[in-house]
Design a protein around this ligand. Structure first.
Ligand SMILES: [Zn+2]
Length: 169
């Protein structure tokens, strides 16, 4: 990542942190969602859980049903992590938010996760690149969820799977 982008991200992260300390974390994360254009019509807000030390675990909560409200639960220290990772982890959850709003959507968990991790690596319309260590993590998750698929699901996703497991994306 170039140094201009890095200092801009640090500037942004500090401004979200200031917003969080005055108006609360959900409000600051809503600003982040607007800046990075992550929003979905069925997204209903952020929920906060206790801080995490090493990795960030973010979850989407709500029914898999069109128009059902979806909430994203984040650790309260999320803004202490590098912003580029936070943005891409949130992007992953917003893919789940969008999936749950699809009509007649019956994909298994393995297929839903596979789609979200695959797009995390290969959807390159984000203004900031996905960090390499996160891409490596996403690749491992693709491996894990591919192996949880049924044989017919594997057949549908085999090409993407093999593409993702080559060394470089
Ligand atoms: Zn996921």
């Amino acid at each position: 990542m170039n140094s201009v982008l890095k200092s801009n991200l640090e500037f942004l992260r500090n401004s979200f942190k200031r917003e969080s300390s005055v108006f609360g974390l959900p409000k600051a994360l809503n600003s982040l969602v607007n800046v990075f254009e992550l929003n979905q019509p069925n997204f209903s807000g952020f929920l906060v859980k206790p801080p995490e030390r090493k990795t960030i675990v973010i979850t989407t909560e709500g029914q898999v049903k069109p128009k059902a409200p979806q909430y994203i639960r984040v650790p309260e220290n999320i803004l202490d992590f590098p912003l580029e990772a936070v943005v891409h982890l949130l992007k992953h959850e917003f893919i789940h938010v969008e999936q749950r709003n699809r009509s007649n959507y019956t994909a298994s968990r393995a297929v839903r996760e596979f789609e979200a991790y695959y797009r995390g690596i290969y959807d390159n319309n984000s203004p900031i690149p996905c960090p390499e260590n996160l891409k490596a993590q996403f690749r491992n998750s693709l491996l894990k969820y591919y192996h949880q698929m049924s044989e017919s699901e594997k057949a549908v996703h085999a090409v993407k799977f093999h593409e993702s497991q080559r060394l470089k994306s």
